[in-house]
Design a protein around this ligand. Structure first.
Ligand code: HEM
Length: 446
């Protein structure tokens, strides 16, 4: 590929900028982003008052996230969001991030998987046992409640049954706030009086996080084998342990990242299943054959739930919970032969690349059968990247794959869901891809 200058890129491609010259709000924005696909590989975009390079070519995405990752940081975009999440795994850079990653990673090793599987299915069974036949519920709230309880129990050995109705709402407010802070108009948005509700939600969340830490400290941090015990006993090179603020930041980030994404993925999956009865039937047959109604799935069943896993993969292709990744270049650099000046914003969107007809036949179709071993082998690595890649890839990826398949199986062995036709479905692209109006569905006992 020939080397082109910034002038060539901007001069040639800037023509498309007016179509998305808005602050990113709602499904309109995300659909417009798709139009940029026709420019292939790289396009210069003006978003609000900021300039970005949108990269859609998988090999170039690999360069940014993996092979040339040292030339990029999460950058200014992330600095602003520290007001909510502080300094933890998701928000830190450099050596600090490296150290935190080494601390947290063991909680996701294979030897924990079996105990996590038990928690996932028993909570799914518990939450759904409160459901009634023909009842209409917002499935998005139900999934948030469930995935939040799961992550709290698996990583921090905390049962948050009573908090599970209010905490996801506060965390949702935080995600809204996070989006405001990362918007190009952050400086103006931060001054609005409506921000009071975010401050109050943050206070409630902080209170809960500090209580969780304090109660474990006051028990002398008996090693409960969970991530909180590991974090509490971690020492830096000077022998000092983590402060309460550091612990709060890490715990909050894992709470937020560990439940919100999975809840969105499951919600979109239930919606897609309700719109595609043939797929739904096929998944039910697999679940009935492997699990049956009388028992609960186990960690070893997860490997057998092949079609269910394909359904989950396909749902995250169409509605990737993390729909965009942003980086900032530290130096002038060349990506795929294109010149990216120092300090530029680089955007890679799962939503755009996952719907690229160069890699996915009939990309708008929900077709889990496409996920054959042969197809996966031929697919360029970063044509499908719901969990990112490189040193900043999702630390919870194995956890999320298992949780997705096991919750789909546990729930659908007894329940089918019909989307309420009058209920509007729209994407809300914040830091995650949420259903804007929740997801009203009628529960049908199977
Ligand atoms: C379907 C579910 C999930 C999806 C789609 C997802 C997606 C992602 C993506 C794309 C990133 C990389 C962000 C970037 O490069 O800027 C990420 C990072 C992260 N995820 Fe997930 N995630 C999911 C579930 C989870 C779970 C279950 C946990 C924890 C229990 C988790 C914890 C994290 C953390 C801590 C990071 C930051 C990692 C680092 O920077 O080293 N995620 N996730």
């Amino acid at each position: 590929m020939s080397l082109v200058s910034k002038q060539q890129i901007t001069g040639e491609r800037k023509l498309v900028a007016p179509t998305i010259k808005i602050v990113p709000v709602g499904g309109f924005f995300i659909r417009n982003l798709l139009k940029l696909q026709s420019f292939k590989d790289i396009v210069y975009v003006k978003l609000g008052i900021s300039d970005f390079y949108l990269i859609t070519n998988p090999d170039m995405i690999k360069e940014v996230l993996v092979t040339k990752q040292r030339d990029f940081i999460k950058g200014e975009f992330l600095q602003r969001t520290k007001k909510v999440f502080g300094e933890g795994l998701l928000t830190s850079e450099g050596n600090f991030h490296h150290r935190e990653r080494r601390l947290v990673q063991p909680a996701f090793h294979h030897d924990h998987i079996e105990s996590y599987a038990k928690i996932m299915v028993s909570y799914a069974d518990q939450v759904t046992s409160e459901w009634k036949d023909r009842e209409i519920l917002d499935i998005h709230s139900e999934m948030e409640r469930l995935t939040m309880r799961i992550v709290a129990k698996c990583l921090f050995n905390a049962d948050l049954e009573s908090e599970s109705k209010t905490l996801p709402k506060d965390l949702t407010l935080m995600i809204d706030y996070f989006s405001r802070l990362s918007s190009p108009l952050a400086k103006i948005l931060q001054k609005l009086p409506t921000n009071k509700k975010y401050d109050l939600a943050l206070k409630r969340i902080d209170k809960m996080m500090y209580e969780l830490i304090e109660s474990r400290r006051s028990q002398g941090n008996n090693d409960e084998g969970d991530l909180l015990s590991m974090l509490l006993s971690a020492k830096d090179e000077t022998g000092a342990g983590m402060s309460d603020t550091q612990l709060r930041d890490e715990v909050l980030i894992l709470f937020a990242a560990g439940h919100e994404t999975t809840a969105n993925a499951l919600t979109w999956t239930w919606y897609l299943l309700s719109q595609n009865p043939t797929v739904e039937k096929k998944m039910h047959s697999e679940v009935d054959a492997i699990i049956g109604k009388g028992s609960l799935p186990t960690a070893s069943d997860y490997e057998k739930l092949e079609y269910t896993t394909k359904v989950f993969s396909e749902s995250m292709r169409l509605y990737p919970p993390a729909w965009v990744l942003v980086r900032q270049s530290l130096e002038d650099c060349i990506i795929g032969g294109y010149y990216i000046p120092k300090g530029s914003g680089v955007v890679m969107s799962q939503f755009v690349t996952h719907r690229d007809p160069r890699f996915f036949e009939k990309p708008e179709e929900f077709y889990p059968e496409r996920w054959t071993s042969d197809m996966k082998e031929k697919l360029p690595k970063f044509a499908y990247f719901p969990f990112g890649g490189g040193p900043r890839s999702c630390v919870g990826e194995p956890f999320a794959w298992m949780e997705g398949a096991l919750l789909l199986a546990t729930i659908s062995r007894k329940w089918k869901m019909n989307h309420i036709k009058s209920h509007r479905v729209e994407m809300l692209p914040r830091i995650t891809l949420r259903p804007k109006y929740g997801m009203k569905m009628q529960l049908i006992q199977r």
